[in-house]
Design a protein around this ligand. Structure first.
Ligand code: PAF
Length: 287
């Protein structure tokens, strides 16, 4: 496995692979790998033997008061895990390599970021879209793999790829959960043992919402109220948002507007202590 740190080395490696008529798969990450990241690498290997994992904590997707400085890291462990998964290259640029002095070009979508996480993280998706665009131009993948815990991010990238005519297949992978249902996240490392238990309220409330809707509840505000009161019953929690929306447009589904023929997305962000956790579930009311 190679570790490449500069844009020119990475581009030269990719050009060489393409010259041999082989395809490249990219798994973009910010490191501190857990089973979720490893499942993306496994999926990537199913597409192409030439698998690149990027490991870059992207400063432009963090707001001023967010956790950029404390974002968990263990590069040595990550490199070993990537090697075990048969990764060909870990691309690990430093900040200046991606954002050289004078950098001023950003990629921004007009509608999708105006929902869910974008409401309380106003610069986040501009940072994500920008860095993913740059990674696409640097790694030149034919396939790119993303997790669906960040469902809004996945939809934003799919839209961006269409809008900018990238010839890249975007593959979304299912959320990987701990045995008790907690969605895996690098940020779970911030939770105390007590908060770790409380954090289960996210996945449990998604189950509750699914039950309510599959049992015929059509009033989305009733479902949201029920979930909110369940989550608030736990100490240390503060709800950022609970959304029941169209998985494509992310537009909220109004009371009584659930169309039983279409899938819908239930998504939430909840602070447990100072840790902001997200989770979601796609359900199809017709079973
Ligand atoms: O999902 C992440 O880890 C990041 O948002 C990504 C896609 C690697 C961009 O920095």
């Amino acid at each position: 496995m190679e570790i490449l740190k500069t844009v020119s080395e990475m581009q030269a490696w990719s050009d060489n692979i393409h010259q041999k008529q082989n395809q490249i798969c990219l798994v973009p990450t910010m490191g501190y790998f857990h089973e979720g990241h490893l499942s993306l690498m496994e999926k990537g290997k199913e597409f192409c033997p030439d698998l690149v994992v990027s490991l870059f904590v992207n400063p432009t997707q963090f707001g001023e008061n967010e956790d950029l400085d404390s974002y968990p890291a263990n590069i040595e462990r990550d490199v070993k895990l990537a090697e075990k998964k048969g990764v060909s290259v870990v691309f690990m640029p430093d900040k200046k390599e991606i954002y050289p002095d004078g950098f001023q070009t950003y990629v921004e979508l007009t509608k999708l970021p105006g929902h869910l996480c974008g409401l309380s993280r106003p610069v986040h998706f501009r940072g994500v879209a920008t860095v993913v665009t740059k990674l696409f131009n640097i790694v030149k993948p034919d396939v790119a793999i993303f997790g669906s815990k960040d469902f809004q991010q996945l939809q934003i990238i799919r839209r961006m790829v269409k809008d900018l005519n990238y010839n890249i297949k975007i593959v979304g992978c299912p959320i990987v959960r701990e045995d008790d249902g907690l969605a895996m996240s690098s940020r779970n490392a911030y939770l105390s043992p007590e908060q770790r238990q409380i954090a289960l309220c996210l996945s449990k409330s998604l189950e509750k919402a699914e039950d309510m809707i599959l049992n015929g509840e059509k009033i989305t505000s009733t479902v949201k109220k029920e979930l909110a009161s369940y989550i608030k019953s736990f100490s240390f929690t503060e709800i950022d948002y609970i959304s029941i929306c169209d998985p494509e447009t992310l537009d909220e589904i109004g009371d009584g507007d659930i169309n039983t023929a279409d899938p819908l997305l239930i998504a939430m962000a909840v602070y447990v202590g100072r840790t902001r956790l997200i989770d979601n579930r796609i359900i199809n009311p017709v079973q």
